[in-house]
Design a protein around this ligand. Sequence first.
Ligand code: T3D
Length: 268
Amino acid sequence: MDASPDAPVLVSHDGAVRTLTLNRPKSLNSFTGAMHEALLAALESAADDRSVRCVVLTGAGRGFCAGQDLADPAVAPAQAGGSVDVGNAIERYYKPLALRLRSLPVPVVAAVNGVAAGAGANIALGCDLVVAARSASFIQAFSKIGLVPDAGGTWLLPRLVGRARALGLAMLGDKLPAEEAERIGLIWKCVDDAAFADEVRATAARLASLPTRALAATRAAIDASQHLDFGASLSHEAKVQRALGGAHDFAEGVAAFMAKRPAVFSDR
Ligand code: T3D
């Protein structure tokens, strides 16, 4: 992994929290193939490292991520003589990334420090908790360039905010301030810029102290419920509880409750 300060993704550690910083600030951290490859490798490394109990995804400079790098010759129609296979970029890069974020064995916090546009917005929205600075914003920029929301946008938006708002955001492509994103339930929390770093740190540390395996199973069960009826969801919950009930963290959580002491969770 490229550990230089110019690497497309910077990796840092704070206890059990691993922070991945998109690092192309001059173009608001827009995605290139190299950035995709570095990010996926960093996620795999976090997944394989059992000391990691939470991942934070954020951006360097004033933006979080402006989506696809539109100047990239591989995807810019003008540079490719008028036509490019945009679907190829989705299959090759955005789909594996969105799926990996959704299947990571640890919780993922999107720390949205500035504008999140296009696929950059939807990659953030696919994370488990989205914490945004008050000066940040979310833009479904796709309609302005003749595309549909991708990186999971068509799936995520109606589930997060309902069809009416999903269509309004996607068709008009307006800038949605972080405060409004919180108000309509698109994100978990909007915090003042001055409090943003501390809030992200505290949220990530708290997630890292919780029973990691149960958190990952919670995400998976909530996602599975999207295509199950109520009875099937109850059965799925029973199956997951059966597995978690035999794990160390359940015994520890109950023992800690009974002894009126803080629990120390260690499963992953
Ligand atoms: O392969 C495929 O194409 C399929 C995948 C598609 C996925 C997608 O994400 S499609 C959507 C792509 N993203 C966009 O359309 C957003 C484009 N950017 C913007 O609309 C604006 O930059 C923002 C609203 C995000 C921010 O505006 P503002 O005024 O704060 O900043 P700016 O001046 O526009 O941008 C600052 C610099 O970043 C500027 O470069 P310069 O002039 O200083 O040299 C700008 O060109 C550059 N930049 C911003 N976004 C991108 C970008 N460069 C390349 N690609 C970008 N997406």
